[in-house]
Design a protein around this ligand. Structure first.
Ligand code: R5P
Length: 301
């Protein structure tokens, strides 16, 4: 097995390779002044099982393009198989038409991934259950929820005074799985609305929230931080004293660092599916690693 990585997930790829007693295989990326890139595989991959580890967070389009160019270069160099570990795969929130006249952005991504010859995709916590159905190649959805469950057990937060909270109706499936990993910890949902033209979020109601001191908000990703900010304000209004957040993908766009650090949450736990630049880290942040899970999955190849 040969592991390659582009620029977006270099650390994650190095750690995964190390866990598998391998080192990263070599490729070069030349950056042209106009923003184009040229990718060259610098090893003999003929008839080899190859792996690309590359998340597609900000800058999402650039990272996608680089990912497609690496896959194409591997295929043209004779790789037998290309397995793509894309821990965070952008555009999943655009998995259907919200307003008539729109395209289906994630459908475009799925077509491109298959067109460049990727044989298999491994992804963490897809945004919805229909994501794998976009592909006619194998798609393995892994989840950070068992990692979150271990951390919650380690903290000894228990079901007597703690409730798991999904910040929107779309997260119910996720919260039910986590509840079952935690001896049926109670769960509740917030009803969140997003204004499709401004992107602003608001809370319109909730279910199952009353009577808890501690709340654990669980989400697939944090982008602007708006969802966490309004959900935690709402929980405080409901009388919750301590709020923690567990989210798989720290996309951290815009002012998220300021918003999250200023929010009423005690701590924000995320994973390393997305490499967080040093200047986007903040004191309330704790990063949990998905490396052991990726390594275990790759051992099955
Ligand atoms: C929405 O459906 C997602 O599950 C997240 O709640 C959302 O994408 C988070 O985005 P933001 O941090 O910008 O509110």
């Amino acid at each position: 097995m040969m592991i390659f990585s582009g620029t977006s997930s270099r650390l994650l790829a190095q750690k995964t390779a190390k866990k598998l007693n391998l080192s990263l295989s070599s490729l070069s990326i030349h950056f042209f002044p106009d923003g184009e890139k040229r990718v060259r595989i610098e090893e003999n991959v003929l008839d080899q099982d190859t792996i690309i580890i590359e998340s597609t967070a900000t800058p999402v389009d650039e990272n996608y393009m680089e990912f497609f160019l690496i896959a194409d270069a591997l295929k043209r160099s004779g790789a037998k198989r290309v397995t793509a570990v894309v821990p965070y795969m952008g555009y999943q929130r655009q998995d259907h038409i919200f307003v008539s006249g729109e395209g289906v952005s994630f459908g475009v991504i799925a077509k491109l991934a298959q067109a460049v010859g990727i044989d298999k995709i491994i992804n963490f916590d897809p945004h919805s259950i229909k994501i794998p159905e976009f592909f006619s190649i194998p798609f393995t959805p892994l989840s950070a929820l068992p990692i979150f469950a271990e951390k919650i057990k380690e903290k000894k937060w228990n079901k007597n005074n703690t409730v798991l909270v999904s910040p929107d109706m779309g997260g119910i499936r996720r919260i039910k799985i986590l509840s079952s990993l935690l001896n049926n910890m109670p769960y509740a949902t917030i009803e969140k609305e997003r204004d499709l033209s401004t992107g602003e979020v608001s809370v319109s109601g909730s279910k199952g929230l009353d009577g808890y001191d501690k709340a654990i908000i669980v989400d697939d990703m944090i982008s602007s931080g708006g969802t966490i900010a309004i959900s935690s304000d709402f929980l405080k209004e409901k009388g919750v004293k301590e709020i923690y957040v567990f989210a798989t993908h720290p996309v951290f766009s815009d002012e998220s660092k300021k918003i999250l650090q200023k929010s009423s949450v005690e701590k924000v736990f995320v994973t390393d599916t997305v490499q967080i630049p040093e200047d986007k880290k903040f004191p309330k942040l704790e990063i949990l690693s998905v490396v052991p899970m990726i390594a275990e999955e790759l051992k099955k190849q």
